[in-house]
Design a protein around this ligand. Sequence first.
Ligand SMILES: Cc1cc2nc3c(=O)[nH]c(=O)nc-3n(C[C@H](O)[C@H](O)[C@H](O)COP(=O)(O)OP(=O)(O)OC[C@H]3O[C@@H](n4cnc5c(N)ncnc54)[C@H](O)[C@@H]3O)c2cc1C
Length: 486
Amino acid sequence: MKIAIIGMGTAGVTVLKELAKSDKFQEMHIDAYDNPINMGQGVPFQNDSDQLLINLPAAQMSLNLENRHEFVDWYQQQSTFKFSNPEYLPRFIFGHYMKAYLDEINNRNRNVTLIKEAVSEVFIESKIGQTDVTYHVCTSYDMERCKSYDVVFLTIGTLSYHDPYQLKGTPGYIHTPYPTYNTLNNVKDTDQIAIMGTGLASLDVIRYVTDHHNNFPIVVTSRKGHLPSVRGEMPDITFKYITPERFNKIKEKNFGNVPLDDAIALFLKECALFELPVENLVNRKKGNPIEDLKYDLEHSETLGKFQSILELIKENLNWIWNSFNRNDQKVFLQKYQPILKANSNPMPPRTAKLLIEYIEQGLVQIRDGLENVNYENNKYHFVFENQTLDTFDIVINATGSKTQLKDLDSDDQLVVNMENRQVVQAHPLGGIQIIAETNQVISPRYGTLDNMFALGQLTNGINQSRNGVTMIVKQATDIVNRLLEK
Ligand SMILES: Cc1cc2nc3c(=O)[nH]c(=O)nc-3n(C[C@H](O)[C@H](O)[C@H](O)COP(=O)(O)OP(=O)(O)OC[C@H]3O[C@@H](n4cnc5c(N)ncnc54)[C@H](O)[C@@H]3O)c2cc1C
């Protein structure tokens, strides 16, 4: 069996690691594709500043579902990297742990080949009148160099960054914030810097830029100006009301769907078990960044329980989300997704404390109400809601990655090409169409592709908000197990 894994970050490495467990592994010929920099580490865990931290305690990050402590054990056993506060380790350390897996499997097995090139085309060969398909993977536009496979895993991670004000290509605009240590390469000490976006990526940039630049304040801005929440004390929980059994019963009486209102009622019952003041928690942000951060730090117990519930919702969002009808999915995205987003992937408490310090010392200014940015006379002009204007020399884009195929350009050429060749098609709510239960790709031309699997953010329409390491590892493990059973 010839297998291609396209993208060797968290998902790709996990796929390979799970395949390697099979008795039939030696009968497989596996080509693993990625560029030489990200091979084995992926984008979030690439080599970067040690100030960029994993957003949950290291003891909760592992590629091994049967051993939650594996990453921490690996960290303690090696001697190359040592940090004084190992509870929240730098992200690149997790990348080295993943890469150690890849190197070990690659060194031990001659049937694995690492191809250190980006894939530019994946196309399907099928003879007219026949339904059998063969998958082809190419790293150039020379068809002679394409290779054919029986099974393909599309594990290419996040799509490229949004460019909300069409600034890509203008001087001083840094379109992608990673690796953060490259962001200041062409910046003068006297330049005034604005960071666009106030989500997790902006925190990474703030940490690096405040330490390596001299002209303050660094202005961090977005429409709402909301920073991510702060991680509370999150207990391990299980759901009593939101269960597949209960959902199946509701579906029997509702034309195969669970009405959103019913699901929300169950959610509120879960919250009631912990006596959570849901309304207060949802509306707790007052628009003053220091007060908002302090509120989270001071309510870590209550907030932690709420975050645990939301995290468990995310882990199970595949069957929860796919039980809703399309209208309810749209309502969910509008009404509830922002709440989920605002409270997921919280920052470590020590990042919050540092941010408070930066803001109090005037190093960082958080501003809301951003309406427009344009570039004129070598300056970026920021227009805010209250009609105030501000100018900057450098803009670092931390607005997050695209989710919809219609927004893609040459930065995502592989996906653009696959859509054009009718290998994949857009899901109306984002990413590409797959079967929710199996991650098999649904092609508009060939129907369900039995042996082409996609996972990660490329499937965000189906896998709403399910992009954390544990969720990716679970998906990859399930897909490989199902494939091996076949
Ligand atoms: C900045 C950031 C921080 C995060 N921090 C955390 C965290 O602390 N904890 C957590 O649980 N989750 C975190 N996440 C979520 C994270 O996205 C997932 O946990 C996980 O890393 C995603 O794995 P992936 O394999 O889908 O993507 P990645 O790990 O990024 O892997 C995708 C790989 O595909 C490669 N690729 C792309 N296109 C091609 C192509 N054409 N040909 C070949 N290769 C290609 C890329 O180079 C990359 O190596 C973070 C995400 C981001 C963006």
